[in-house]
Design a binder for this molecule. Sequence first.
Ligand code: F6P
Length: 321
Amino acid sequence: MMKRIGVLTSGGDAPGMNAAIRGVVRAALGRGVEVVGFLHGYVGLIQGETVPLTSQDVGGIITLGGTKLRTARSAEFMTPEGRQRARAVLESQRVDGLVVIGGDGSLAGARVLHQEFDFPVMGIPGSIDNDIPGTDFSIGFDTAVMTALGAIDRVRDTAYSHERVFVIEVMGRRNGFIALEVGLAGGAEGVLIPEVPYSLLDLCEGIVAMSEKGKRSCIIVVAEGAARALDVKDFIQKNTGFEARYLVLGHMQRGGSPTAFDRVLALRLGAHAANRLLSGFRGEMVGVDGGHLVSHPLSFVLSQRRMVDPEKLLLVEVMAH
Ligand code: F6P
């Protein structure tokens, strides 16, 4: 029987991580199990930086972006020595199980802890990138999309007034989930993502063709992993005759109060993770599939790649004309 579990947030922060912490803590307390928080992700786990997490400690955090437990990326945890230290801390803290909230790197850390020491872990997908397999949504994606969309809608007003092309760079080093979603929702004339090869010349031809049909302004959304907005802007300006501007949205996409969707998702995943762990399941990641709570072995999750929906990319093109 578990008496005390730990929770940490790791990697890039995501709006809704606090709600997930709240979900874990209140579900565990409801089953008579104490929760301790480790600060700064695996860095704090190795160094034994702990904070108690009572019901009051997670009060009022559901509305907050970022993570109350802070976050970091730990090079030391990648080493066997670092993980031995982490294990010793878990023992000395009398922690029987650990919930890890984060992206694929953080979940890979949880899997190693489980594999090397047979330590009970449960992962919760938290990343604005939404690239984690085994779940339809990861915590923070919806909020990041809404934040980026708000910026794009504003830029569209000025693009229209000045008859300009605007290139807007959104986050996504390895994937275009945010780019595709905000591109569709914001009525973008083009979306460039890292997963799908593209030609800037074709893009320019498309812009010229649209202008011949009367369109006098365009929004092009670029995922950071596909191209630099500045380069795309220069190319478009040279090859279309349009005046062009660019904007890099950057880390503003990671901040802000989580949407209702992310809060509810995070609470559900947090409570589900705690319940699974306390019911004897280990080495899993919780997620949602078609609205239903699910869980998968971490080894399965980390062997998959989540792909963007090609139908959505096609829809961007169809909608642009
Ligand atoms: O993985 C989340 C993410 O926001 C990516 O979209 C982005 O490329 C990266 O983190 C930025 O990382 P950092 O905060 O270390 O600059």
